[in-house]
Design a protein around this ligand. Structure first.
Ligand SMILES: [Zn+2]
Length: 413
């Protein structure tokens, strides 16, 4: 039996049992949301109580006819965000208020959970900014949407192309003592580290990360078949933005893409903004991994949403193009992305022809599973009521309302 069909039957069983006792639980602190269930396009109402999804009720039709066209899905989860609204988690001057502004900005876009990603920088800068992120995550409002942090670099390939836009000056081999100082500064909230497996000491470093239950990702590397296998054996579980952080010219047989695609133990995170990967790469990577082992990430730059023009980043000139592409011309590489994860969901449907439900799972259930967030990522009784209501016309997602832990945090004007 197909897994989706089986889950559908299971959910339907829950509706049958729960609808009959609904009235017993009706109270002032409960809420009901009505719309079209993203999973199978059928009308439902969802009961929320104390911030949790209480039950899902199958409907003949929605009471409010307009709601019949509005999708209800789990809130989006973005596993790789460098910054937003001009604020960067790695640059100097980071404040808790900036993190709050980013968090609320995401709520208005249907993103209810995200993993702030700090990238290659000096030891002092990373310790300082992880300290600020520790303060931020202690804030009740921010902590609802930030489960921990992702460190991408500085332990990545120093080679041009594979290094991407990370500043060469601060790239270095893994250093456990240094990492421990980042981990302590973050209040032990670093939950994911992206590392290059071919670096001296990388495999031992991966084993140590796993002992702390930190998710290990492979990124910005030119690992061989053997190095990638050893990294996965040691506990690496995901390829960060597969197909990116890779030189433009690679060997047709011996390159880091094939072994990562071939290893079924590796999930792939993909930037599906239309610039970082071609349509064909998205098709092939997704078919190769299957819908369960793909996650869509934004890799959002702090310059996302800024007007086209030249900006200073990493001590160099970064160009925001009118089409949204962000590039570092001196290295002929892309410098993170300007489109939100919702664009990735739209493009995944457009490029691969997959169902909207499958694309949504790649941006909700799959990342929740990867980072071990058992309380969210699906619409299931008992999970946190992180929900997004949106229209999907002409292949475009338009956010109408966002709920975090059962509280409405955004409503479109
Ligand atoms: Zn990267």
């Amino acid at each position: 039996m197909n897994l989706r069909y089986a889950t559908g039957l299971l959910l339907f069983g829950v509706f049958m049992v729960t609808t009959s006792i609904q009235s017993l639980f009706a109270g002032d602190d409960s809420m009901k949301i009505e719309g079209k269930f993203y999973f199978d396009d059928t009308p439902v109402s969802i009961d929320i109580r104390d911030g949790l999804i209480e039950r899902i009720n199958r409907l003949e039709k929605t009471a409010e006819p307009a709601n019949a066209k509005i999708y209800i899905a789990p809130g989006f989860i973005d596993n790789q965000v460098n910054g937003y609204l001009s604020y960067s988690f790695t640059r100097p001057g980071l404040t808790v208020e900036q993190v709050r502004t980013i968090t609320k900005g995401f709520w208005s876009k249907g993103i209810t959970t995200y993993v702030p990603t700090l990238t290659t920088e000096s030891k002092e800068r990373l310790i300082e900014n992880f300290g600020i992120m520790k303060e931020a995550i202690a804030d009740e409002e921010i902590s609802l949407s930030v489960p921990g942090f992702h460190l991408e670099g500085p332990y990545i390939s120093p080679v041009d192309g594979f290094r991407g836009a990370h500043p060469a000056e601060w790239v270095r081999p893994p250093d456990w003592n240094e990492f421990k100082s980042f981990y302590e500064a973050s209040g032990k909230h670093i939950i994911e580290v992206s590392v290059a497996p071919e670096l001296e000491g990388a495999i031992d470093f991966i084993r140590k990360l796993r002992k702390l239950d930190i998710i290990v990702a492979l990124a910005h590397h030119n690992g061989s078949v053997l190095q990638i296998k050893e990294a996965v054996d040691a506990g690496a579980v995901v390829s960060t933005h597969l197909g990116n952080g890779c030189a433009n010219m690679i060997h047709r047989h011996n390159n880091p893409l094939w072994p990562q695609l071939a290893d079924t133990r590796l999930t792939a995170s993909l930037i599906v903004d239309g610039f970082h990967l071609t349509r064909e790469e998205v098709q092939v990577f997704t078919r190769s991994k299957g819908p369960e082992r793909v996650i869509i990430v934004s890799d959002l730059s702090s310059l996302a949403g800024m007007p086209p023009g030249e900006y200073e980043r990493f001590g160099r000139t970064v160009v925001v193009h009118p089409n949204g592409m962000i590039a570092l011309p001196s290295q002929n590489v892309l410098a993170a992305a300007s489109f939100l994860i919702t664009r990735g969901v739209e493009n995944m449907v457009k490029f691969t022809g997959c169902s909207l439900a499958d694309a949504i799972h790649m941006a909700t259930r799959n990342p929740a599973r990867l980072i071990g967030l058992e309380d969210r990522g699906t619409i299931t009784p008992g999970k946190r009521a992180d929900l997004v209501l949106f229209s999907f016309d002409d292949g475009k997602i338009k956010i109408i309302r966002t709920y975090v832990a059962g509280k409405m945090v955004y409503e479109a004007p």
